[in-house]
Design a protein around this ligand. Structure first.
Ligand code: BGC
Length: 743
């Protein structure tokens, strides 16, 4: 659907006036992209014909481009330190591939590139904006930086759905819903690739936990996978047309993702008709056979037991026509992605100009739109700029804002504000540093309220905090939960005694505002004692001003949760992250010698993740998916359905301009009650303004997947319009004819 003449970023930086959100739109874009790549494919096939047997195993494997391995040969002269490097073939005009992580910006590369980059807020912050165009703008920005630093492949496009709120990489991804996450990742990819570089949707698939990440076998039926995680990938690929797909570490239904014939050959390449290439995750290739099972490129080969996709692959291709055909296809796919994205015609070179100030403004806009106002008793927020005597406690709020860790770690200009080692042994111990970006919320609050008497206590002493809180007019407590790649959370409690701190402070002063920076949902045993809570996630390089801007109402918050905050861990499909209790913490996550197999049963919740699981189980969330307050109020009305097009009105019933996200849920099928997000629309309204909007609902959300087809049964379907999964305002029914279709 295209809503015309409608600016979702009132007063904001850059967004255009037309919003394309629908499946129809996505298909049209996929076709354009596919048409564009027909030429690329033809050229690729022609180049493959010119390649010698030796040249055919150049593009098929690459290294981790960081000199971390003792005794290893020096880095190639044309490599840029980063996640990966694949040599080019100058004779044929094929450029080397220089690869960088990741979805939140150009990653730090262990400091070896000796420069910095602009850190977007976390994936969950981005997803909370429910704003595809903004996410595309973010993608454009980080892709521009990647290009200027000489990279032509970004390992960005993380879209694993949140199956467990304790998952260590949830912060990198886009939440629990396939339509929302798939739409947003598609736009992120489009933004990145607009720089004539390749983006990488990842980790394909079902990479839902970090514990035992190399061997935790995700078990799931095909229908459940297609209706959830795979659908997010499919929608993302349709919208963004990424040059590459990165397969995951974990096995799926017994076969490693990177050697998984079902996932790679059947689903991705045959049923979805994907023409780009599949690259492995770093150290995820089990054997040469992975090539026959659909893998096109071995990445970070020093991390595998062998270089399978070099001489071994050449030898296999020399003696066998099936292998030789496969090798040609591998090259053709990699070259298609290179040509379709113009990597050869307009090569990325290091030393390009970067406007860090402008890019920081993009990061700040994403943070502003991604902050979620969870609670606001008695409208304590926004704070008056004339506020007096404010006590700020905890969270290193005078120093900066937290960021998540692992391969996605970006370090901003000026280096980290704080980097706290957490201890531990082994080569990856430094990966576990807690890093803060230099963007102090305390300084930003002071700038917003220059007359306020602002004081800070670090929160290490609960009794001191309690005493000081009682004396203040208002208290703002910062509470942080750090997470990172390679490790899951033990539970959903805030660490380091912060729950006790908030409880004591809020008991001493009812005017307590809590600002959370977390990697995912947490429990809030102190919630009823507080006046307000905002979720700032990991808010990126300009997180401080973004937080202050929401606190003081310069930004009217419009972020909506892209995940469910459970009321207790007992509500979750599984009591613990599988394997967490029996495995030693291990960044690599390979099976220790003699370890019992580790399986994760995703058929427990099947395709009903988060809010869908809650509906099925009758649970009420602490804060539901889609929830987020504003400093104004909205009313929904006149919901009508014509086939799968929903029309309705939204009215701003409050006193100030604001944005909201209208959410349309499927609530009933002929098979019974359901809850599935089928469409959404973010929009901005002036006070008193009302607008009629129409949204095309996603047929694959309405359908079930059965025997390799999407199936809509004839009968009555119920839909509801609301402002969260648990706040449904309007409902309507529609009779749909029977329909079946292939992918
Ligand atoms: C991560 C990927 C990343 C790759 C390269 C792996 O450990 O799982 O997301 O792109 O490393 O750094």
């Amino acid at each position: 659907m295209v809503v015309k003449g409608f600016n979702i970023l009132r007063g904001g930086a850059v967004l255009s006036s037309a919003i394309a959100l629908s499946v129809a739109g996505a298909h049209a874009q996929a076709q354009t992209a596919a048409t564009g790549s027909v030429d690329a494919e033809r050229r690729a096939a022609e180049t493959v014909r010119q390649m010698t047997p030796a040249e055919k195993v150049i593009l098929t494997h690459g290294i981790l481009a960081l000199p971390l391995f003792p005794g290893a040969p020096p880095m190639p002269a044309d490599a840029v330190p980063g996640a990966g490097y694949v040599p080019g073939i100058p004779r044929l005009g094929i450029p080397p591939l220089r690869e960088t992580d990741a979805s939140l910006g150009v990653a730090y590369a262990a400091g070896m590139r000796k420069d910095n980059a602009t850190a977007l807020p976390s994936g969950l912050a981005m997803a909370s904006s429910w704003n595809p165009e903004l996410i595309e703008q973010g993608g454009r920005m980080i892709g521009g930086e990647a290009r200027a630093k000489g990279y032509n492949v970004m390992l960005a496009g993380g879209v694993n759905l949140m199956r467990d709120p304790r998952g260590g990489r949830n912060f990198e991804y886009l939440g629990e819903d396939p339509l929302l996450a798939g739409t947003l990742v598609g736009h992120a990819i489009r933004g990145i690739q607009s720089n004539r570089i390749i983006a990488t949707i990842k980790h394909f698939a079902l990479n839902g936990q970090e514990t035992g990440r190399h061997f935790a076998d995700a078990r799931i039926s095909e229908a459940n996978a297609q209706e959830s995680d795979l659908l997010a990938f499919k929608i993302g690929i349709e919208i963004g047309n990424p040059g590459s797909v990165m397969c995951a570490y974990n096995p799926v239904n017994g076969a490693p993702s990177c050697a998984n014939d079902w996932l790679l050959n059947r689903v991705l390449k045959r049923d979805w008709g994907y023409h780009g290439f599949v690259m492995s995750d770093w150290g995820a290739v089990p054997n040469l056979q992975a090539a026959m099972n659909g893998l096109d490129q071995q990445s970070g080969e020093q991390l595998d037991t062998e270089v399978f996709f070099g001489d071994k692959l050449a030898a296999a291709a020399a003696g066998d026509s099936a292998w030789s055909a496969r090798l040609n296809d591998m090259n053709k796919r990699i070259l298609t992605a290179i040509y379709a994205n113009g990597l050869d015609r307009d090569p990325a070179r290091p030393g390009g100009a970067i406007d860090y100030a402008a890019n920081a403004r993009v990061a700040e806009e994403v943070a502003r739109q991604g902050i979620v106002l969870l609670r606001n008793q008695g409208d304590i927020l926004p704070l008056a700029r004339t506020a007096q005597n404010i006590l700020v406690i905890g969270g290193l709020a005078t120093n900066g804002v937290m960021s998540g860790a692992g391969s996605s770690q970006v370090i901003g200009e000026g280096g980290p504000a704080v980097s706290i080692p957490l201890g531990g042994t082994g080569p990856f111990a430094s990966f576990t540093n807690i890093t803060y970006h230099p963007s102090s919320p305390f300084a930003a609050i002071q700038a917003m309220a220059p007359q306020a008497r602002l004081r800070f206590r670090n929160g290490r002493s609960v009794s001191e905090a309690r005493t000081e809180a009682a004396k203040a007019d208002l208290v703002i407590v910062f509470a942080n939960q750090w997470s990172g790649e390679g490790f899951d959370q033990a539970d959903l409690a805030l660490p380091d005694g912060q729950d006790a701190l908030i409880d004591a402070v809020a008991s001493a002063n009812p005017k307590t505002v809590v600002v959370l920076q977390t990697g995912g949902p947490i429990l809030m045993p102190w919630l009823d004692k507080t006046a307000a809570v905002i979720e700032a996630w990991y808010p990126g390089i300009r997180g401080g001003p973004a937080i202050a801007s929401v606190l003081f109402g310069e930004t009217n918050p419009a972020g909506k949760l892209p995940i469910t905050f459970p009321a207790s861990e007992a509500q979750l499909p599984r009591p613990k992250v599988d394997g967490f209790d029996r495995l030693e913490p291990d960044f690599i996550g390979r099976a220790p010698p003699g370890a019992a197999p580790l399986t994760v049963n995703y058929d427990i919740e099947g395709s009903d993740l988060g809010y869908r699981w809650n509906t099925r189980s009758g649970h009420k969330a602490l804060f539901p998916f889609g929830h987020g307050l504003s400093y104004t109020t909205f009313e929904y009305g006149d919901l009508k359905l014509k086939g799968l097009t929903a029309t309705f009105t939204v009215r701003n019933t409050g006193k100030r301009e604001g944005s909201t996200v209208a959410q349309l849920y499927l609530t009933r099928t002929p098979g019974g009650a359901q809850q599935r997000l089928a469409g959404f629309q973010r929009l901005s309204l002036d006070p008193g303004e009302s607008r009629t909007v129409s949204v095309k609902l996603e047929p694959r959300i309405v359908a079930d997947f059965a025997e390799n087809e999407w199936v809509i049964q004839r009968g009555n379907y119920g839909f509801a319009l609301g402002s969260s999964a648990e706040e449904l305002a309007q409902s309507a029914n529609v009779k749909l004819p029977a329909r079946r279709w292939k992918q």
